[in-house]
Design a protein around this ligand. Structure first.
Ligand code: GLC
Length: 465
């Protein structure tokens, strides 16, 4: 009798539990449109963020055993480029990874100065080395340098009032159970060679991935963005138990915004096709991630963020001198925002955490431009007009910003604003905000501008209507 009633009670208890879980899962999945809009608001308004690739590879600086590995391409992949196992790689890299105290403050201050509203940094890249103090590995900063670098960086970013994003690689070249035979769509330095430690168990690695993600979502306060990297068809969503991973992320960080790379979405290819980017599904990440390429037009209804390097590598390389000009960097920012996207611009600090001078100079140049013109970037949306030959537009309710790259030689600029009387047009570079003369005509409003461009890179005219 007693046993029967215990059985009945536990049966009822399990049913209640199953029901509760079902309700939880269905409510967790069912975010309303308004809730999603509210969650995405700050990210859409931010428009500009700083990406940081920093890890063991940074100290190697693109050099392996005294020889340059190359002058172009991602040197955060150096372990893969030279096909080293973890032991050999760590043996070479560890002596060069010597973070100075206070490096993180410099990163965060630079991001703030440049006009970024968020910073995304590598908590673990493909090499598997963790900047956070993990209970599940000794291959982390705590065991190497006795510091929780993830905490230092997170705190520094927050102290500047910026949002915090964690890049986290699902690919792992260090974990002895990461099964590179199963993960055959993804890179691994030992590919083509037998596993030195015998058969690997992918499930053990995936558990490790989940446990470490739980540490990231639990130990550092609020995490605003999770930036996964990366899946490919065949080694995509279910391969990482992505739905479960994201349900855990959302339960610990309800407002978190995630990219699409935990699921298979075309993202790595230099693909400019809007149709392919449109294949994004909101349940597979909040935004899609064109890499090193700017879509030719915007993608209405889709949130997207272009990530880009300043030279050609994400991780620091002393050999890569292909630095983009300040003009290119600022034009890219304007171009992306004019199409409704975000710009995540990368820096690759050195092994001591210091930022290459070229990147400091570039970020400061962007910062000077943003100090004058930032209101035409932050909180704006895509241009309502076709892109003009002379530059780009961004928009705000009741206001258009004309970003002029090529200043008109005849002193006239026509904006196709029709049927909406312009109340005032002025240059953002003019502190007195003196009204420029305007005249309505059949092709829009024509603005009389001074003969010389206030900014040779991009001068912004605000047009209120
Ligand atoms: C790619 C690369 C990686 C880099 C990332 C940034 O996925 O594998 O090295 O971190 O893109 O977008």
């Amino acid at each position: 009798m007693r046993r029967l009633s215990t059985l009945r009670t536990s049966l009822i208890a399990s049913l209640v539990l199953v029901f509760a879980c079902a309700v939880f899962v269905s409510t967790a999945g069912a975010e309303t449109k308004a809730e999603r809009e509210a969650r995405m608001k700050w990210w859409r308004e931010a428009r500009f963020g700083m990406f940081v690739h920093w890890g063991l590879y940074s100290g190697l600086a693109g050099t392996w055993k005294e020889k340059p590995v190359g002058t172009r391409g991602g040197m955060e992949w150096i372990q893969q480029r030279v096909r080293a196992d973890t032991w050999e790689y760590a043996h070479e890299a560890v002596p060069h990874f010597r973070p100075t105290p206070g490096f993180a403050k410099e990163w965060a201050e630079l991001a703030k100065e440049a006009g970024c509203r968020y910073v995304v940094f590598t908590t673990k890249h493909h090499d598997g080395f963790c900047l956070f103090d993990s209970e599940y590995t000794t291959y982390d900063a705590h065991d190497l340098v006795g510091r929780d670098l993830c905490k230092e960086i997170t705190d520094a970013i927050r102290a500047e009032g910026l949002k915090v994003g964690y890049y986290h690689s699902v690919i792992d070249w260090h974990h002895p159970q990461y099964d590179y035979f199963k993960a055959d769509q993804l890179p691994h330095p030992l590919k083509g060679k037998p596993s030195p430690n015998g058969a690997r168990n992918h499930d053990i690695y995936v558990n490790y991935l989940h446990r470490q993600a739980r540490e990231l979502f639990s130990n550092y306060g609020r995490v605003d963005i999770i930036w996964w990297d990366y899946s490919k068809k065949g080694n995509d969503g279910p391969f990482w138990r992505s739905d479960e991973l994201m349900a855990m992320a959302r339960s610990l960080q309800p407002a978190i915004i995630s990219n699409n790379r935990l699921y298979h979405i075309p993202h790595i290819e230099k693909d400019d096709s809007v149709d392919r980017l449109r294949t994004w599904k909101p349940e597979q990440g909040d935004f899609t991630t064109p890499e090193q390429t700017i879509p030719s037009t915007g993608i209405p209804g889709v949130d997207w963020e272009v990530c880009m390097t300043m030279n050609t590598t994400w991780g620091y390389s002393v050999h890569d001198e292909a630095w983009k000009s300040n003009e290119t960097l600022i034009h890219n920012l304007v171009d992306i925002v004019s199409k409704g996207g975000n710009y995540l611009l990368n820096i690759g600090p050195k092994g001591d955490g210091s930022i290459p001078q070229e990147s400091i100079d570039a970020m400061q140049a962007i910062g000077r431009w943003m100090a004058t013109n930032g209101e035409a970037i932050h909180e704006t949306t895509a241009s309502p007009f076709e892109k003009p030959a002379w530059g780009r537009y961004t928009a705000e309710p009741g206001r258009i910003y004309a970003h002029v790259f090529d200043w008109p030689s005849d002193g006239k600029l026509t904006v196709p604003l029709k049927g909406k009387p312009v109340t005032k047009a002025y240059l953002l570079a003019d502190a007195s905000r003196k009204a420029l003369k305007t005249q309505a005509g059949p092709s829009g409003v024509t603005i009389q501008v001074p003969s010389r461009a206030p900014d040779p890179i991009a001068s912004v005219i605000a047009i209120e209507y």
